[in-house]
Design a protein around this ligand. Structure first.
Ligand code: AMP
Length: 547
């Protein structure tokens, strides 16, 4: 027997409709590329999103078409979040830090028909435009006064002009909640980035999940400044959560240095922020160096890489800011766990509480989680044994876009499918997860991935290199940086400097390995695969050059 409740699909547009009706006066503040601080209300967000939906239709964007963005965190980007997905098209956020070759690959793979971009990225867009196959329209996210006077792009469109040409009457269409809403590429262990295609349903359920008090705890009393970019897994879902709960949003645009961020925290009375540890390091250094405090910021969500326990302590003891350590990944929309207390911790000692806060946390409802051993058998919780972390749930990826990389799902003995995260962790008796290693061969530098296989392929093309492995080495600022481990061909010489110089022009500069070590042999597994876990262990205390 079916229940007798209304059938209403979970659609992203419903968040905007709710925000306009119930939180219309709430503010969105953006530091823009043009240099000003812009303010608008949720009412204006809704109105401008409707105009943009009309503009997209006028550009020929239809249901399911992919619309790309190369943009910082800002109100126009948020308008596109709602206009593109709300109208039935798919919002595809690009990471502008990628090498132009990868941007071209991703644009072609996604099949984007329109690309919106912030002025900062004009040179990048001009460089890739002639090489992409499907993009018909390029739109600069600015007004007429700031449009570039000389651009290599044919018929460059202006965002504000597109809006002005439209009226704000637009009925958000209703469709199946499983329809695709947005697309974000992740660099996997193979060379090519893989697309994670979110649906309206997965996005809405994730938004409910993260807004909960024991997850990211967002409310109408919060002023949220996401430092985490809107091009990286939808800024952890915060632009959606803000509309769901009616929180004020503050967008930092391109100003991610300590001074610009601290100014906004103070002037806009930010209460909650979110970012990777590297960003907080920069911010803390600035605040410390200038004898400043946070007057209103009380909670900072830190994830993307392990948050150092010393940072949690400093935030709490010096700045009265509570760190919320969280874990997730692009394939998980992204939030999976959050390090929040249970009743039993309320009377715990401060040291015990810090220990809980330093774990990656416990599962948010909607994410089921387990650890397995090498034989695929589930491992018990509450022991010191680590295993591969597998997850399942309504906001976890099932397959990658265009089936890139094949079927990632691992079935258990009952045929239930689990997604292998590539993280290795132990889980304590209370369900708190502690990541101990990573089985995937990627390097995470300041929150952005570096593909180790790309680096190895380049190194292997050097005439003196017999074998090369690239692993993550600990770095005080960037958390991880690439370390190249090389076996030389017999009788051939090459220096560390020459090998590093060999990467020039072949990859984005920040992907270049920080250091090279020469070894006699690289450990290999039974199938001839390099045992990078072994190498990571061997070089875990390697000190990278700081210059
Ligand atoms: P991404 O898909 O770029 O969001 O990266 C996801 C990966 O980042 C995870 O699989 C982890 O390897 C790593 N990661 C994310 N959050 C944390 C965390 N709190 N601690 C340690 N590693 C993390």
């Amino acid at each position: 027997m079916n229940g007798l409740m209304m059938q209403q699909p979970l659609l992203i547009s419903s968040l905007l409709v709710h925000a306009e009706r119930h939180h219309g006066e709430q503010e969105i503040v953006s530091r823009r590329v043009e240099g000003d601080i812009h303010r608008q209300s949720f009412r204006e967000l809704a109105l401008r999103s409707r105009r943009m939906a009309n503009a997209l239709a006028a550009l020929g964007v239809r249901d399911g078409d992919r619309v790309g963005t190369l943009a910082w965190n800002g109100h126009r980007h948020m308008e596109l979040y709602y206009a593109v997905s709300g109208s039935g098209a798919v919002l595809h956020t690009f990471n502008p830090r990628l090498h132009p070759d990868q941007v071209v690959y991703i644009a072609d793979h996604a099949g984007d028909s329109v690309l919106f971009f912030d002025l900062t990225f004009l040179p990048l867009v001009e460089a890739i435009a002639p090489r992409t196959k499907h993009i018909k329209h390029f739109v600069a996210m600015t007004d007429r006064a700031h449009m570039p006077t000389a651009s290599k792009l044919d018929k460059l469109l202006c965002y504000e002009e597109l809006l002005e040409a439209q009226n704000d009457v637009y009925d958000w269409p209703s469709f199946d909640e499983n329809q695709a809403s947005s697309l974000c590429y992740t660099s996997g262990t193979t060379g090519n980035p893989k697309g994670v295609l979110y649906s309206h349903r997965s996005t809405l359920l994730h938004t409910f999940g993260i807004a909960l008090p024991d997850a990211l705890n967002c409310s109408a009393r919060d002023t949220i400044l996401p430092v985490v970019p809107m091009f990286h897994v939808n800024a952890w879902g915060l632009p959606y959560a803000a509309c769901m709960v009616g929180a004020k949003m503050v967008f930092p645009g391109p100003g991610l240095d300590g001074k610009s961020l601290h100014e906004l925290f103070e002037s806009e009375k930010v209460t909650l922020s979110a970012g990777v540890p590297t960003v907080w390091q920069g911010l803390l250094a600035y605040v410390e160096g200038n004898g400043l405090k946070f007057s209103t910021m009380r909670r900072s969500i830190i994830g993307g890489s392990a948050c150092p326990p010393a940072m949690i302590r400093k935030f709490a003891e010096v700045y009265d800011v509570q760190v919320l350590h969280a874990w997730g990944m692009t394939e998980m929309s992204p939030v999976g766990t959050a390090a929040v207390f249970k009743t039993k911790h309320l009377n715990a000692t401060q040291e015990e509480r810090y220990a809980v806060m330093s774990t990656q946390g416990r599962a948010v409802y909607g994410v089921d989680m387990k650890i397995v051993g090498e034989d695929g058998q589930e491992l018990p919780w509450g022991t010191q044994t680590s295993g591969d972390v597998l997850v399942r749930g309504p906001w976890i990826v099932q397959r990658y876009f265009r089936d890139e990389g094949g079927d990632p799902i691992v079935p258990d003995a009952h045929g239930v499918g689990w997604f292998p995260t590539g993280d290795v962790a132990r889980i304590d008796a209370d369900g708190y997860m502690q990541i101990t290693d990573r089985s995937k061969d990627v390097i995470k530098s300041g929150g952005d991935w570096i593909g180790s296989i790309d680096l190895e392929n380049i190194a292997m093309a050097h005439p003196a290199v017999a074998m090369a492995a690239c692993i993550a080495a600990k770095h005080p600022k960037w958390d991880e940086r690439p370390l190249l481990v090389v076996v030389k061909k017999p009788g051939v010489e090459v220096t560390r400097e020459a090998l590093i110089a060999f990467f020039d022009g072949k990859i984005a500069k920040w992907w270049t390995p920080d250091d090279v070590v020469f070894v006699d042999a690289i450990p290999l597994g039974a199938t001839g695969k390099m045992l990078k876990n072994r190498l990571r262990e061997q070089f875990k205390d390697h000190t990278l050059p700081t210059a």
